[in-house]
Design a protein around this ligand. Structure first.
Ligand code: HEM
Length: 339
């Protein structure tokens, strides 16, 4: 059972990262409103593939909640009924959450796959939580953290609905991202506590201070990044071709801070090297920072080339996960490796 639990933690982590990746692809392709409602999509569990499926039809069985597009407006069936020869107003309410009434199969299916991945991740986290209870006498932390992650996934799903309902309000997207990182943190904790090879690097105080500084700086940088993204989102609404022209001060702070983030990590690397320690996850952290700066440069200096936005986000999420793992290694007093 222990092995099944470990496997479920790993699969959950992979799926959560896939959901983050899918979410960023939704944003890059502008598919966020591909499904105007939630959790169904145009009132269907499997969404339409053609615009014609959303036209009103006579002699057709409609289920409550199904959506049609009429005169560029969304209408929702208010009951189960069979339509007659003529359109009857009494069966149809206006959709009031927002006034977005376009159908684009490509956007709809990208958004739908994102939701499917989210549901799959939720299901695996549920299995993980059930499995965690088997070992509760030996380790109460596992069921507790697993259950919190499960609640987090539920909350995240609800937040996803509020993002759609708010017509993709930028600050809600940032909140959604913050919650995703908390879920990653919980899963990394479980991974660390079950990973037999994850030795502790009980570091000295100096190393610990630098490590915390590095993590806090990165967290601040991620927060600032979401603010830059909010600016880009608003700008895209007003004049899509401009991206960061003119760029706000917070962008320049974000760009400059990346050098500080890099500097602090190089310093840590050098300290670990001096102590003849080659910590694998730390090498990965350095590589991720390099890639993050590279994709940032691509976006700003080369006009946001295709896939640079999702990559920038996914690398930031991986960086956060790797840093959480590193901090856990540093703070834990489990066997081996004294600095
Ligand atoms: C350690 C380095 C960095 C970290 C951790 C970081 C992190 C982030 C994060 C988390 C976001 C929000 C992404 C989203 O919500 O979709 C973001 C956005 C952004 N960052 Fe960075 N970043 C770094 C370096 C840079 C650099 C060096 C540049 C430019 C030279 C840059 C340019 C941008 C831009 C333009 C955005 C807005 C992206 C969008 O609209 O999709 N970043 N950053």
């Amino acid at each position: 059972m222990e092995n099944s639990f470990i496997r479920s933690v790993k699969i959950s982590l992979i799926l959560v990262y896939l959901v983050i990746a899918a979410g960023s692809i939704v944003r890059m392709t502008g598919s966020g409103m591909g499904c105007p409602d939630w959790p169904k999509c145009f009132g269907y569990w499997i969404p339409p593939t053609e615009r014609a499926q959303l036209d009103w039809k006579s002699d057709h069985q409609y289920a409550q909640g199904q959506v049609i597009i009429m005169n560029e407006e969304l209408r929702v069936a208010n009951s189960h009924f069979k339509s007659s020869e003529a359109f009857e107003e009494k069966y149809w309410d206006y959709y009031t959450q927002h006034d977005y009434a376009l159908f684009n199969a490509y956007h709809t299916w990208i958004e739908y796959i994102n939701r499917l991945l989210g549901a799959l991740a939720g299901l695996v986290v549920l299995v993980m939580t059930v499995l965690s209870f088997w070992n509760r006498k030996k380790n109460i932390a596992h069921p507790t953290i697993s259950f919190l992650i499960l609640l987090g996934m539920g909350f995240q799903a609800w937040l996803g609905k509020t993002v759609v309902d708010s017509n993709l309000a930028p600050y809600r997207i940032s909140l959604h991202m913050g919650m995703a990182l908390l879920i990653v943190l919980g899963l990394i904790f479980l991974l660390f506590s079950t990973e037999k090879k994850a030795f502790s690097i009980a570091g000295n105080t100096k190393i610990k201070i630098w490590a915390w500084l590095a993590v806090l700086l990165t967290l601040f940088q991620i927060g600032l990044g979401t603010q830059v993204r909010q600016f880009v989102d608003l700008q895209m609404h007003e004049s899509p071709a401009l991206w960061l022209d003119p760029a706000p001060i917070k962008f320049y702070v974000h760009r400059t801070l990346s050098l500080l983030v890099l500097g602090v990590h190089i310093m840590l690397f050098w300290m670990l090297r001096k102590m003849k320690r080659n910590v694998r996850v730390f090498n990965q952290i350095l590589g991720l920072i390099g890639l993050e700066i590279f994709t940032g440069i691509l976006m700003f200096y080369f006009d946001f080339p295709f896939s640079s936005q999702p990559l920038h986000l996914i690398i930031a999420a991986l960086l956060f996960g790797a840093q959480s793992f590193f901090i856990l290694q540093l703070m834990s007093n489990r066997n081996t490796y004294d600095l």
